[in-house]
Design a binder for this molecule. Sequence first.
Ligand code: 2BA
Length: 107
Amino acid sequence: MKLVTAIVNKEDSKAVCSALLKEKFYVTRLSTTGGFLMAGNMTLMICTEDDKVDACIDCISRCCRQRTEIVPGTATMGIGLESTMPMEVTVGGATVFVTNVERFEKL
Ligand code: 2BA
């Protein structure tokens, strides 16, 4: 078993979840915040069989698109400093991590 953790844009999360559910994946959604932009995003946890990981990632990738975000003047730079000039940042489509699941049980 593998755990696919996908950080997706909030605006894409509904479409991604619907597509994953349609393809019979189990999904848990967590409301999260990006450390750089300090903006809300959505983290999806999908535990699935090894041979379904590629289908899962394909499904996520079909529903997520890249966006350009303008970082407001007060955004933190990750090192305690604050930017004073708005700047453009390219975000997403999705950031995906795949990890091994040693044990999976439903009790
Ligand atoms: P944020 O941390 O808010 O980052 C938003 C976007 O800002 C990133 O888009 C990237 O383009 C830029 N960015 C982030 N950190 C940066 C830095 N230290 N220097 C310069 N630019 C930086 P994405 O790479 O598409 O990431 C979207 C969201 O996915 C991130 O939101 C974060 O919540 C998550 N993420 C991305 N990479 C991650 C990682 N290695 N570990 C944990 N979370 C990650």
